[in-house]
Design a protein around this ligand. Structure first.
Ligand code: PLP
Length: 513
């Protein structure tokens, strides 16, 4: 493809994207294919000779779209909001065109420096203490990672290095393996599955703390767990506090947990992957009380801040804890300006990195702080609208306080009734949502996801749920229910041949404290 054709195809593609997004309401939100559908639509070998791009274009609708679940449809209510906006898409286009691999400042100074500026902008927008910003004298700052999962692993490994070094100094007779075998990290039973997985990857125990009746882990629970672990000779070293859990968008009590971490020398990481974007609105910042005790915090603008996947931002109070922990500096990566600006390769797991700050910059300049605030508040109001509809109906109950863009609800009655309701909604296919399970209660999650969702869409989605509830109640008010769990996983946990490999939201195997 030469530049002339690229201009033509590029215009066609931009038109296609704009049409796709503007008319997404007309598409069925859920795909209508079975596993293996795509291989029957394509040849077994790559084309031997070049094809005309017209043929490729035609196959977008023929091959790809039937197998797409439309995450940006206003009828998509699963998981959490996936970010997207036109400026963000344009930013990714330019990043692809520049195509630099910004592992150090010298590889493309703009790539590093725009990241420094935009992570500071964002940090100020959400009200972070200034120690987390590059623009102050200290070693703090922000960095763009791919995902919140990657961040929690990175923080856990940095915390592990810090504690191992401390113990080796104080107890020269102990070797590294011995120390690591005694390390204990903590998180809520409701923390995202990536936290447990980080424990596995980092070869340390991860103890799950039971939250209170508001789904919030309290300081006292942590204190007791620490005591128990220390009595066993273990070494508490890390906690991941969830501000906005995946299941119910609950907030652990940071204000109580923070001081305990300081007393005990525990690395406090805050996972605010979804709800963190809401801190751009001052009325939600009270959930961050205690932030001054954190070593690290991460939020996902690729969830609830209009940025296309992937762009997760992590801030660290003392970046030397990362840079010194995993510093490998071969001669071919060195440059004369080292030390004057961050070399972001030391702040992440991979070496290579894309120019992702472009899409953040484009979006922030196009929406402004006020535009992002209005978007968040609109979603919260739509969630409140859904909550009101569900309460007024009388047959539903709300399972967790609605504070962000998520409503956790169920039909009054046993879990089995709600499993049937979920099955009915899956079969109906007009909207997409997923269930969750907490404290032996099976419930459904209604997340406001798309930027374009409006009040009529919420009325429509609720009317679909009402229809499905009518059907279920018509049958099951007479027939007694058998237990047949629907296995749709809240966190897209891995499945193999239809079987869930790990499933920490629909099980009772939590480690009780
Ligand atoms: N943390 C929370 C609270 C989440 O809800 C999720 C995903 O939904 C994650 C972490 C994982 O995010 P990512 O896909 O960026 O790793």
């Amino acid at each position: 493809m030469d530049a002339k054709e690229f201009r033509k195809r590029g215009r066609e593609m931009v038109d296609y994207i704009a049409d796709y997004l503007e008319n997404i309401r007309e598409r069925d939100v859920v795909h209508n294919v079975s596993p293996g559908y795509l291989k029957d639509l394509l040849p077994e070998e790559a084309p031997k000779d070049p094809e005309n791009f017209d043929e490729v274009f035609k196959d977008i609708e023929r091959v790809i779209m039937p197998g797409v679940t439309h995450w940006h449809s206003p009828y998509f209510h699963g998981y959490f909001a996936p970010g997207s906006s036109y400026p963000s898409i344009l930013g990714d286009m330019l990043s692809d065109a520049i195509g630099c691999i910004g592992f150090s400042w010298v590889t493309s100074p703009a790539c590093t420096e725009l990241e420094v500026v935009t992570t500071d902008w964002l940090g100020k927008m959400i009200g972070l203490p200034e120690e987390f910003l590059h623009c102050t004298e200290g070693p703090g700052g922000g960095v763009i990672q791919s995902t919140a999962s990657e961040t929690v692993l990175l923080c856990l490994l940095a915390a592990r290095t810090r504690i191992v070094n401390k113990y080796k100094k104080e107890n020269p007779e102990m070797n590294e393996v011995e120390i690591i075998s005694k390390l204990v990290g903590y998180c809520s039973t409701q923390a995202n599955s990536s936290v447990e997985r980080s424990g596995l990857l980092g070869a340390v125990q991860m103890v799950k703390l039971i939250p209170d009746s508001n789904h919030s882990v309290r300081g006292e629970t942590l204190r007791q767990a620490i005591k128990r672990d220390k009595d066993k000779g273990n070494i508490p070293f890390f906690i991941c506090v969830s501000l906005g859990t995946t299941g119910t968008c609950a907030f652990d009590n940071l204000a109580e947990i923070g001081p305990i971490c300081e007393e005990e020398g525990i690395w406090l990481h805050i996972d605010a992957a979804y709800a963190g974007s809401a801190f751009v609105c001052p009325e939600f910042r009270h959930y961050m009380k205690g932030i001054e005790y954190a070593e690290t915090i991460s939020i996902n603008p690729h969830k609830w801040m209009l940025i296309n996947f992937d762009l997760s931002v992590m801030w660290i109070r003392d970046s030397t804890l990362l840079v010194d922990a995993f510093n490998v500096d071969p001669v071919y990566l060195k440059h004369v300006n080292q030390g004057k600006v961050p070399d972001y390769r030391h702040w992440q797991i991979p070496l290579g990195r894309r120019f992702r700050s472009l899409k953040l910059w484009f979006m922030l300049r196009s929406y402004g702080v006020s535009g992002v605030q209005s978007y968040i508040r609109k979603h919260v109001n739509l969630a409140k609208q859904f909550e009101k509809l569900a309460r007024e109906d009388g047959r539903f109950e709300i399972v967790a306080e609605v504070v962000m863009g998520l409503v956790c609800f169920k039909l009054k009655g046993p879990n089995e009734l709600n499993e049937k309701l979920m099955e009915e909604i899956i079969e109906d296919k007009r909207i997409f949502l997923i269930p969750a399970f907490d404290k032996n209660v099976y419930f459904l999650r209604f997340a406001v996801c798309a930027e374009r969702t409006n009040s009529r869409d919420v009325d429509y989605s609720f009317s679909v749920i009402r229809d499905c509830a009518n059907n279920v109640l018509a049958v099951h008010s007479k027939t007694p229910l058998k237990h047949t769990p629907v296995v749709v996983d809240i966190d897209q946990q891995p499945r193999y041949k239809g079987k869930l490999i790990s499933h920490n939201h629909y099980s009772d195997d939590e480690q009780e404290i």
